[in-house]
Design a protein. Structure first.
Length: 129
């Protein structure tokens, strides 16, 4: 799949689910709300894959402590990785490999669901640091 095809797949999935989205700086952004939590997910569409970034809405005051928590979370997750960019807002990244056209939608849904589940699961471990 070319990048334009992965983009079409993501947009179709978002529109089918009724999610509001916007495209900015090469990323497709949308918000996810769950149990009183609200965060942004941004996706980068590339050839044969989509990278999904679940971005926490708060910055860590204690960078070293947050990096320790990111490492702990990475030790507990099997798909994706937690990291801390310079702005101090933790991000969890997953990837959907989309080489197989017939499996592409299912793989994208799995990557997005896993990303959202990790953000929601570890919200309390990262907030207030």
């Amino acid at each position: 799949m070319e990048a334009k095809d992965t983009r079409r797949l993501l947009i179709a999935l978002l529109e089918d689910s009724g999610a509001a989205w916007q495209e900015e700086a090469g990323l497709i952004r949308f918000r996810i709300a769950r149990d009183g939590m609200l965060w942004e997910t941004a996706c980068r569409c590339e050839r044969d894959q989509i990278l999904c970034y679940g971005r926490f809405p708060f910055a860590a005051a204690d960078r070293a402590r947050c990096l320790e928590r990111c490492n702990e979370i990475n030790g507990q997750t099997v798909m994706g990785a937690m990291f801390l960019p310079r702005d101090g807002r933790p991000v969890f990244r997953t990837r959907a490999e989309l080489e197989d056209l017939y499996e592409a939608r299912r793989r994208l849904i799995r990557a997005l669901e896993y990303n959202a589940a990790v953000v929601a699961r570890f919200w309390g471990r990262l907030s207030g640091i």
